[in-house]
Design a protein around this ligand. Structure first.
Ligand code: NAG
Length: 417
C-alpha cells in the first residue's frame, strides 16, 4: 500500500514537472497521494444531475406537479411547504438513481461520477430548503465504490447563489460573497471533507460550481479558492475549482505551490446566438480548438460539464417557462433572442425519436468533444439521465450507439486532426 501510494505520488510529481507546473520543490515535499491519477489516466465521467439539486429541465414532471411559482429547488420547497416538499423530494432521491445506474456507468467504460449537492443539504441555514439528500449522497458514494467508480463531490449551490441559475438552488440574484455566505460555504466544504475525504471512492471535491466571475469580485473568488484548498490540502482528494467563466488559460498565475489542483471548465455551444448559429462542422471545430486550449495551460484541466446539444431547444433548459434562444422564444430578465431555427424537430423528447441526420450530428459532435477534452485531463458529461432531453442523456445515447465505444476510440479517430 505504501509503495503504491509512493508510486502514485511520483507519477503525479513527474506529470506536474512535465507540465512545467509553477510549484516549488518545497511544496511538493508534502504533496498528498491521490486516489485517481489525474496526470496519467483520462477522466471519463458522467454527472448525476438533477438528483440532489433539482433542475426543471432535467425532471420537468416534478415541477409540472408543483405550483407555478416553483422554478428552482428553493421556490419548490417554499411553495409546497417543508412537509410536502420533503415527502416529494424524499421520493425523488430514493428513486431517480438506483445502484443499477452505477453498474451501467461502469459497464459503459466510465471511471468517475460527479455528484452535485447544495449547501442546504450539508450545513443548513434558516431558509425554505428541506434536508435529507446528504444521507442519499452517502449511499451514492457507497454504490460508486461497490462498482469501482470514483466520485467527485461537487458543491453546486452556495448560500445566496453564486450564479443566479436555477441549478444553484435559487434562480435570480447573485448574492454569494455577501454577509456570511463565503464563511458558510467553507463550513459546508469542511463537513464534506470530514465525512468523505477518507472514503476510498471519493477522489475529488469541487469547491464550488460555476461562480459567476464576471459579476463577482474575482479577488474574493480567488481568496475563497485559496482558503478552500487550504482546508482540504492535508487530505488525499484532488481539489477542483471551476474557471468562473474566466477561461481556461486565465489561471496560469494562480495556484503556485498549491498541489493537487484540478481546473474544471464547462463547454457548451448552446447559450449564445453565435454558437447557436453554427452548423455541425463549426460546432466540431469549436470543440476541437477548445481541447487545444485546455491542453495549453499549466493545470490538470477537465471539461466537467458538456453535452451533445447544438441547440437550447430542450424544454425549460433555460429555466421553467423560459423559451429557447434558438427559435427566438427566449424571454428572461428583459433579454430576448432572435430566430435562428425551428425548435419543433429539435425538441423531440427521446433519443429513439431522433432522425438519421440528427443522430449523425450528435454522434460526431460527441466523438469530437471526447477527442478534444482528452487532450486535456478528460471530461464529465452532463448528464447521465433526464426525462425529455435526448442530447443530454448519456445512458440512452450510449445505448443507441451514439457514444463511441470503447470511449478511448474517440481520441484515436482523428476527428480533431
Ligand atoms: C431513455 O430510454 C428509456 C427506455 O427506453 C425511455 O423510456 C426514455 O423515454 C428515454 N429518454 C430519452 C430522453 O431518450
Amino acid at each position: 500500500m505504501g509503495v503504491l501510494r509512493f508510486a502514485a505520488a511520483a507519477v503525479a510529481l513527474l506529470a506536474s514537472v512535465g507540465e512545467a507546473a509553477p510549484s516549488s520543490p518545497v511544496s511538493t515535499v508534502n504533496k498528498r497521494a491521490l486516489k485517481f491519477d489525474f496526470g496519467g489516466e483520462k477522466v471519463r465521467g458522467v454527472n448525476l444531475g438533477g438528483w440532489f439539486v433539482l433542475e426543471p429541465w432535467i425532471t420537468p414532471s416534478i415541477f409540472e406537479n408543483a405550483p407555478a411559482a416553483a422554478v428552482d429547488e428553493y421556490t419548490f420547497c417554499e411553495s409546497l411547504g417543508k412537509d410536502e416538499a420533503k415527502s416529494r423530494l424524499e421520493a425523488h432521491w430514493s428513486s431517480f438513481y438506483t445502484e443499477n445506474d452505477f453498474a451501467l456507468i461502469k459497464q459503459y467504460g466510465l471511471n468517475m461520477v460527479r455528484i452535485p449537492i447544495g449547501y442546504w443539504s450539508i450545513t443548513p441555514l434558516d431558509d425554505p430548503y428541506v434536508q435529507g439528500a446528504y444521507e442519499h449522497l452517502k449511499t451514492a458514494v457507497q454504490w460508486a465504490g461497490n462498482h469501482g467508480l470514483k466520485v467527485m463531490i461537487d458543491l453546486h449551490g452556495a448560500p445566496r447563489s453564486q450564479n443566479g441559475f436555477d441549478n444553484s438552488g435559487r434562480r435570480g440574484a447573485i448574492g454569494w460573497t455577501q454577509g456570511e455566505s463565503v464563511e458558510n460555504t467553507k463550513k459546508a466544504l469542511n463537513k464534506i471533507r470530514d465525512d468523505f475525504a477518507n472514503n476510498d471512492a471519493v477522489a475529488a471535491i469541487e469547491l464550488l460550481n460555476e461562480p459567476m466571475g464576471p459579476q463577482l469580485n474575482m479577488d474574493t473568488v480567488r481568496q475563497f479558492y485559496y482558503d478552500g484548498w487550504g482546508n482540504l490540502r492535508t487530505t488525499n482528494v484532488a481539489i477542483v475549482f471551476h474557471d468562473a467563466f474566466e477561461g481556461v488559460t486565465s489561471w496560469n498565475e494562480f495556484g503556485a505551490g498549491m498541489d493537487n489542483l484540478v481546473l474544471d471548465t464547462h463547454h457548451y455551444e448552446v447559450f449564445d446566438s453565435g454558437a447557436l448559429s453554427m452548423g455541425i462542422n463549426d460546432h466540431i471545430k469549436t470543440a476541437c480548438d477548445f481541447g487545444n486550449q485546455m491542453a495549453s495551460n499549466n493545470k490538470w484541466t477537465i471539461a466537467g460539464e458538456w453535452s451533445g446539444a447544438s441547440t437550447d431547444c430542450a424544454k425549460w433548459l433555460n429555466g421553467r417557462d423560459v423559451g429557447a434562444r434558438y427559435d427566438g422564444s427566449f424571454n428572461k430578465d428583459g433579454q430576448g433572442s432572435y430566430y435562428i431555427g425551428d425548435c419543433a424537430r429539435k425538441s423531440v423528447g427521446t433519443v429513439a425519436g431522433l432522425n438519421e441526420a440528427e443522430r449523425n450530428n450528435i454522434q460526431n459532435f460527441i466523438k469530437a468533444q471526447i477527442a478534444a477534452f482528452e487532450k486535456g485531463a478528460g471530461w464529465i458529461f452532463w448528464t447521465w439521465k433526464n426525462e425529455a432531453a435526448p442530447e443530454w442523456h448519456f445512458q440512452n445515447l450510449t445505448e443507441a450507439g451514439l457514444v463511441p465505444q470503447p470511449l478511448s476510440s474517440a481520441a484515436s479517430s482523428g476527428i480533431c486532426g
